[in-house]
Design a protein around this ligand. Structure first.
Ligand code: NAD
Length: 302
């Protein structure tokens, strides 16, 4: 039997599954870093989503105690010092595939919202305005080219959905060979040919500001940009300039260089549809993530 500490909210069915398998599960969400430092060593496993930061001091204290496993419900491991965990012999797992469809659907939602002015049309109608003319020159997804940057789990789902909308799908991903239903191209070609560009890459040294002023300069006039991946992959100032110059028609943004964004002009721009990092935020994805978390904990201690 293992003692499992739940640091961020996880679907209740997951907690029930772990308890049925004989584990002691304690929910302590919203802990301060000091509380986490004190609590973590008393447990064999920790479950986190994106909110709890598991940095070196916590890991060192936890390794001196009982901690053997951290499971991150979700994809990115940026909130855990994975190198330190590995050095200390603490296993780190995540649930990479559980939320792919949810993020892909949000990317499609952003493409549609950008194309048809859904953000400002909704906002101004609620203020009593009827701006039929202003929002009457939208774009169609049908017949346009979608450029996917990164062609992993989420991007593949977006590609399938985009096919259903009648889009031609091309992708740039140096680590993926040709795909059956999308054409592999280099980044310059993708930038030049795409009517819509959606990012689905991790944020690291290689991908930092992958889209910056020179890349915006290469794009078609009137391109739509969607980022449901990670803040920092696009230079937000360069994106704003490209919107102001008319190069970029509109952008859909779920992730920001700073989260939550403080006084970010991108958020206030009429041409930018924003959501507060909710890519994985569906009930179905929450259940799938919870199910995967429980499976990983149970299997580890079996
Ligand atoms: P994945 O690992 O399956 O796919 C990422 C792809 O990016 C890989 O195929 C990889 O080869 C490619 N890649 C890496 N470096 C690249 C580069 N320099 N240029 C082009 N391609 C490159 O990951 P995924 O599950 O599809 O997730 C994609 C992104 O979405 C991640 O950043 C993840 O953190 C993010 N995400 C966001 C949310 C949200 O709430 N908005 C939720 C889940 C995941």
């Amino acid at each position: 039997m293992a003692r499992v500490l739940i640091c961020d909210p996880v679907d209740q069915t997951a907690l029930e599954a772990m308890r049925s398998a004989g584990h002691e599960v304690v929910e302590k969400t919203g802990m301060t870093p000091e509380e986490l430092l004190e609590t973590a060593p008393q447990f064999d496993a920790m479950v986190v989503r994106s909110a709890t930061k598991v940095r070196k001091p916590v890991l060192e204290a936890a390794a001196r105690g009982n901690l053997k496993l951290i499971v991150r419900g979700g994809v990115g491991l940026d909130n855990i010092d994975t190198d330190v965990a590995a050095e200390l012999g603490i296993t780190v797992n995540n649930t990479p595939a559980a939320s792919s469809v949810a993020v892909a659907e949000l990317a499609m939602a952003h493409m549609l919202a950008c194309s048809r002015f859904l953000g400002p049309a909704n906002l101004t109608m609620k203020r009593g305005e009827w701006n039929k003319k202003a929002y009457g020159k939208g774009k169609e997804l049908f017949g346009s080219t979608l450029g996917l940057i990164g062609f992993g789990r989420i991007s593949c789902e977006v590609g399938k959905m985009a096919g259903g909308f009648g889009m031609k799908v091309i992708f740039f991903d140096p680590y993926i060979d040709d795909a059956a239903d999308a054409q592999k191209v280099d980044l310059d070609t993708l930038l030049r040919q795409s009517d819509f560009i959606s990012l689905h890459i991790p944020h690291n040294k290689e991908t930092h500001y992958l889209l910056d002023a020179p890349q915006f300069g290469m794009m078609k006039d009137g391109v739509v940009i969607v980022n449901c991946a990670r803040g920092g992959t696009i230079n937000e100032s360069a994106l704003l300039e490209a919107i102001d110059s008319g190069k970029v028609f509109a952008a859909g943004v779920d992730v920001f260089e700073e989260e939550p964004p403080a006084d970010n002009p991108l958020v206030m721009n009429e041409r930018v549809v924003v959501t507060p990092h909710i890519g994985a935020g569906t009930a179905a994805a929450g259940k799938r993530v919870g199910g995967e978390v429980a499976k990983k904990i149970i299997a580890f201690f079996e």
